[in-house]
Design a protein. Structure first.
Length: 229
């Protein structure tokens, strides 16, 4: 546990020093290095978006899911003239079937409001295509990492997005239903890279404090009597 928390701190510290215009590539590699199946603890950092995904596996660690993701990626690129730049993770139900999916999409800084809105639509369509092909999925979480200027923020608020508490910049979310029958919930979060990093750092600080507290409890009190052998 101590090694993992140190690893988390090093990842966050490295991200905090990155230039804003490098956010897309650096974050993508931090969350999941390209050509990795996420089996190495140092290469699966989906906890950066939320610690509740700590036990999720990268989708490329499952041959069937990897094939489906590649097929959806090719079809999405053909339809939208844009290759989806995402990292995808999943959890399993009691029968070992994928039941929840996490999708993280990265958008280069500097895009205008029209490109940013297009990215949100693409994210929903991509998620819907996935659940249509993986019929055991019952819930999807999507995170669109994008810069949020005043114009984009106002437009999202007008269309139903709600504010999420964040320690730094704006973070918003909205709930949708996707899939052929419109019966699969999609929770879509939109956030800038800086907010993701700041919030992850705060969560890791809690881990460090819990670890320190547990270590202090295990240490014998100074000057206290030692148990006899």
């Amino acid at each position: 546990m101590a090694r993992f928390i140190v690893h988390r701190a090093l990842v966050i510290d490295s991200l905090a020093k990155m230039p804003r215009d490098s956010a897309e590539d650096v974050l993508h590699n931090a969350i999941l290095r390209k050509h990795s199946d996420g089996s190495d603890i140092r290469e699966n950092n989906v906890w950066l978006v939320d610690d509740k995904f700590l036990s999720y596996s990268n989708i490329y660690s499952d041959e069937t899911l990897a094939r489906i993701v590649r097929e959806v990626g090719v079809e999405t690129e053909s339809k939208q003239q844009r290759k989806p730049d995402v990292a995808a993770f999943f959890s399993k139900d009691n029968d070992g079937r994928p039941n929840k999916i996490v999708i993280i999409e990265f958008k280069k800084p500097g895009a205008d409001i029209f490109e940013n809105n297009k990215a949100l639509v693409q994210c929903r369509l991509y998620a819907s295509e996935l659940v249509d092909r993986i019929d055991t999925v019952r819930e999807v979480f999507a995170f669109s990492v994008v810069e949020i200027d005043d114009e984009f923020y106002k437009d999202m608020k007008r269309t139903g997005f709600k504010d999420v508490f964040s320690l730094s910049e704006r973070v918003v979310y909205d709930d949708f239903v996707i899939g052929a029958s419109d019966d699969i919930p999609l929770h879509l979060y939109v956030m800038p890279a800086a907010s993701l990093i700041t919030d992850a750092k705060a969560r890791n600080r809690v881990f460090e404090e819990v670890l320190r507290f547990n270590m202090d409890k295990e240490l014998p009190a100074a000057g206290g009597s030692q148990p006899r052998p």
